[in-house]
Design a protein around this ligand. Structure first.
Ligand code: COA
Ligand code: MG
Length: 305
């Protein structure tokens, strides 16, 4: 691949279903204060969490708060999603019954497998019908790498109804492995967790849906966040999950195609339009061929062109 082209050269092909949320901000479901801040902030999408950021004793109150917040936000400035508890816990159905009638834009399923994601889809179909909502209006994102068995199923998400994006997590996987750490002292992922990330990218690509980068737990270092988000975008991730407002600016910047990238893409598309019978051409002394054209079109599609 042409390493001299602008960042756009690393943008994935246009075959990924459209996805627009660059920054996905977690808000613990039992924190009205943080939700208020999140609603007023710049995150593209908010994930109200009922799972790991909520203590067992606080689950009922969190569920009630999240249901109330969804009901209150009938007209939404940005999508409100809910991370429910895993399907093999008693909480999952209680979460769904409490929230679906208030029309969350989507559900994030943690510790997921493809089979559980399909099962969740069936539950949603029943609950949407009961609430008089349009079928399949509630979308899904899964956290696809949080258990050891799940790692072996990353290629099986193609065709799963409602599924718009795949993301991954290193914290629960470390616990599953009994690993003492998932990153080195510089914050770089250790090998098994880098593999999980790659499998997420490949699995999302195989399913034609958006791969979303996991959280960076270190929210004080803005420069590191810039680097992490840029690196994710270079690999083809379409957005990144955030846990703190300080992470949103760097994330939105990284996942917004730059003017330089868009200009590069327009020039490639124009070049191939001028030479409709050519497979390989040159631009500024560099070979460009069909994969570059696909990348350029994908980039312009992301920018709405
Ligand atoms: N969403 C919205 N606002 C947030 C926020 C979030 N995720 N995290 C922090 N804030 C707000 C705080 O309320 C605070 O505002 P305030 O002083 O006006 O109340 C401001 O940002 C600065 O917060 P700070 O003091 O730096 O951090 P903290 O100690 O309050 O919170 C965490 C640190 C990690 C507990 C918090 O960021 C958090 O809860 N993150 C989400 C955790 C989560 O959902 N995890 C599950 C997914 S991995
Ligand atoms: Mg977790």
């Amino acid at each position: 691949m042409n390493t001299h082209a602008p960042k756009a050269a690393a943008t994935p092909a246009a075959t990924i279903r459209p996805w627009t949320a660059r920054s996905l901000l977690f808000v613990p479901g039992d924190s009205p204060r943080k939700l208020e801040k999140a609603l007023a902030g710049e995150a593209d999408l908010i994930i109200l969490d009922l799972e790991d950021s909520v203590a067992e004793s606080a689950k009922p109150a969190a569920r009630e708060h999240v249901a109330g917040a969804l009901a209150e936000q009938g007209e939404r400035a940005k999508p409100l999603w809910v991370r429910i508890n895993p399907m093999d816990t008693a909480h999952a159905l209680t979460d769904l019954v409490a929230i679906v009638k208030h029309r969350p834009d989507g559900i994030m399923l943690p510790k997921a497998t493809p089979d559980e994601t399909r099962l969740l889809g069936h539950y949603l179909t029943a609950l949407e019908a009961a609430a008089g909502l349009e079928a399949e209006s509630i979308r899904l994102i899964v956290v696809a790498t949080e258990t050891a068995p799940a790692l072996f199923r990353l290629g099986d998400y193609a065709g799963v109804p409602r599924l718009d994006a795949l993301t991954w997590g290193a914290e629960d996987l470390a616990a599953a492995f009994g690993a003492a750490a998932n990153r080195d002292a510089q914050g770089n992922l250790l090998e098994p967790f880098a593999l999980a990330r790659t499998l997420c990218l490949a699995g999302a690509s195989a399913a034609g849906i958006a791969p979303i980068e996991t959280i960076d737990p270190n929210f004080r270092d803005e420069e590191r966040m810039d680097r992490t988000a840029q690196a994710a975008r270079t690999l083809g991730f379409r957005g990144m999950m955030c846990i703190h407002p300080a992470q949103i600016g760097p994330t939105n910047r990284a996942f917004t195609p730059s003017d330089e990238d868009l200009e590069w893409a327009r020039r490639i598309v124009a070049l191939f339009e001028e030479n409709p019978d050519a497979g390989a051409l040159q631009l500024d002394g560099e070979m460009v061929d069909i994969p570059h054209l696909k990348q350029a079109r994908g980039l312009l599609a992301q920018a709405g062109e």
